[in-house]
Design a protein around this ligand. Structure first.
Ligand code: DHB
Length: 394
């Protein structure tokens, strides 16, 4: 038997949700232990999305040493491209906010460095298998470290920020799946290439051949995606087939080509767990919900969950007030379903389904036109893309 570790909040998962929660809790004088199955190197090098809402950026910028403003780039709009033409959505002009392109793994490097510098107990290579006593006032987690030695943490509250394959979710919903769920008949083929940017802003392109997204990473490395079969093998296409597909899908734009240095297939789905909390255990971020990537809501939604949760835990653990934690799941769910809708809407408006008829295709163009030709339509997109206010978090 090992002696259990003790803390106020046991956080499973050192992704954006878990690390940011530990930061916010520390600001409220609440101790936490953060554990993650992955190594620090894996967390800091896994390529994820890159678009941060204004509210997420404002929060990250307050973290000591954050490079979000120096390495990240502000984007004041996106282009929606269809039927051979590009249409710019001007974010500041419509809603007075912008987004920032700052790759998630760069934000994670900042967060890990800042938490360690602040003395955070942060442990890598620890797999949590099970939550104990979720309904008691002393829940805990058990698992093993990288050598196979048992680990146990006793806490006042347990938070599962352990991603879409969450083990903590089982304690909350009763199963690994337990949630509202939708699959899509397509995935994204993603590449990183060494080239100059093809455009200053992101291009979301609907073409008869399928969707493509031209994104960026830096002056010398670019990220691009195109719709593909979910079973596609990332190594089955040659570089020139990839470039031909991208060029066909973004007609009217000249793409700057360069060596492809990484390729991957991102399968996607929509998911919201039936329950987000049971007793003194809550799930946040991808453990609680996943969205399709179109519109880049994933990390931003995780941040919104933990801002609300940090406030609720402050009330509970510092003041013995249960009202915020009792209302937390309902409050978080309001934003989660708005983001679910937005991500589904952007996805369905921009992608081609395999069985699409001519009616479906022309209706989709009508939908795109009604968004870009109306200030109300553009404003709806800009509000959602740049992020609904976090203060109300609803
Ligand atoms: C990126 C990913 C997205 O899902 C998106 O909507 C925009 C950008 C990216 O990885 O750059």
């Amino acid at each position: 038997m090992t002696t259990p570790l003790r803390t106020q909040v046991a956080i499973v998962g050192a992704g954006p949700a878990g690390l940011l929660l530990s930061h916010l809790l520390a600001g409220a004088g609440i101790d936490s232990i953060v554990v993650d199955q992955r190594s620090r190197e894996e967390i800091e090098t896994t390529i994820r999305a890159g678009i941060l809402e204004q509210g997420t950026v404002d929060l990250l910028a307050e973290i000591p040493g954050s490079r979000v403003h120096s390495v990240g780039t502000r984007h004041d709009g996106i282009e929606l491209r269809f039927d051979g033409h590009g249409h710019r959505i001007d974010f500041p002009g419509l809603v007075g906010r912008s987004v920032w392109l700052y790759p998630q793994h760069e934000a994670l490097k900042d967060l890990i460095a800042a938490r360690l510098a602040a003395g955070q107990d942060l442990r890598f290579g620890i797999t949590i298998d099970e939550v104990l006593d979720a309904d008691s006032s002393r829940p805990g987690v058990v698992g093993v470290d990288a050598t196979g030695a048992p680990v146990e943490i006793e806490a006042d509250f347990v938070v599962g920020a352990d991603g879409s394959r969450s083990n903590v979710r089982v304690a909350v919903t009763g199963s690994h799946t337990g949630g509202y769920f939708r699959e899509y008949p397509f995935a994204w083929f993603g590449i990183l290439c060494e080239a100059a940017p093809s455009a200053d802003e992101l291009i979301y392109s609907n073409s008869p051949d399928g969707f493509a997204l031209i994104s960026q990473r830096s002056k010398t490395v670019q990220r691009m995606y195109f719709q593909c079969d979910p079973e596609a093998d990332p190594d089955a296409l040659s570089d020139s087939e990839i470039w031909d597909t991208l060029k066909r899908r973004v007609p009217g734009t000249t793409l700057t080509e360069g060596p492809i240095i990484k390729r991957d297939v991102l399968r996607f789905r929509s998911f919201v767990a039936h329950e987000l909390r049971r007793g003194r255990v809550a799930i946040v971020g991808d453990a609680a919900h996943t969205v399709p990537p179109t519109g880049a809501k994933g990390m931003n939604l995780a941040v919104a969950d933990v801002i609300l949760l940090a406030r609720a835990l402050d009330s509970l653990l510092n003041h013995g007030d249960e009202s915020l934690i009792d209302g937390w799941a309902d409050r978080a769910r309001q934003r989660i379903w708005k983001a679910q809708h937005f991500s589904w809407w952007m996805t369905s408006m921009l992608h081609t389904v395999p069985e699409a008829t001519e009616f479906d295709r022309l209706r989709q163009l009508g939908e795109l036109r009604s968004v870009v030709e109306s200030e109300a339509g553009r404003t709806y997109l800009a509000e959602a893309y740049t992020g609904w206010p976090l203060a109300s978090a609803g």
